[in-house]
Design a binder for this molecule. Structure first.
Ligand code: HEC
Length: 164
């Protein structure tokens, strides 16, 4: 019995590994998709991502350009940054010809989702044309999982031969 188990332990271990590999990118993709919806409804009136300035600045590359803590505050409470005379906020205000970004009605969770979405538009941008980049991790992991499944299949197949 124990030797039997010793032979078979790689199967459950690989299975668990696969589930973990699957869940991580799915969670990221879900957050980015939720963020995309929030962006469309709460931000797109004033911002584009890579299509130029509207009322507010083009947000392409903003997660690389700005520090994470600052970005959260700019999205959640842009008025406070201006009140505190934050140098970047003041410069943005000047560039926007004194039009202030009104503080959106947005929860901390939604802020994180929007940031995940903004990030997803930057990562892997030009890798595959036509596939929204937030789905890329899922696709890549699916391919890896299929590969692992094939290996498991081969291992199980070989076990049967061993028994005979
Ligand atoms: C009514 C128009 C308006 C809406 C709606 C709006 N913004 Fe803004 N946003 C601006 C303006 C104007 C600025 C620049 C002046 C300032 O910071 O107040 C700005 C600045 C920013 C910046 C700083 C950009 C940089 O280059 O550092 C970020 C990030 C940003 N907005 C994100 C968002 C997000 C995310 C939302 C949706 C939750 C949103 N904005 C909704 C008008 C808007």
């Amino acid at each position: 019995m124990t030797t039997e188990f010793a032979k078979r332990w790689p199967l459950p271990v690989l299975g668990i590994l696969m589930m973990v590999l699957y869940l991580v990118p799915i969670k990221q993709a879900t957050a980015a998709t939720a963020g995309q919806e929030i962006f469309q409804s709460k931000c797109a009136a004033c911002h584009t991502i890579g299509k130029g300035k509207l009322v507010g600045p083009d947000l392409a590359g903003v997660t690389a350009r700005r520090e994470a803590g600052w970005l959260k505050r700019q999205i959640k409470e842009p008025d406070r940054l201006i009140e505190e005379k934050d140098p970047i906020a003041l410069q943005l205000l000047q560039e926007a010809e004194d039009v202030e970004m009104p503080p959106p009605e947005i929860s901390d969770e939604e802020v994180m989702a929007v940031i995940a979405y903004l990030k997803s538009t930057e990562k892997l941008k030009n890798v595959v044309v036509g596939v929204p980049s937030q789905y890329m991790p899922t696709i890549i992991i699916s391919i890896i999982a299929l590969f692992i499944l094939t290996i498991i299949g081969l291992m199980v197949g070989r076990k049967k031969v061993d028994v005979r």
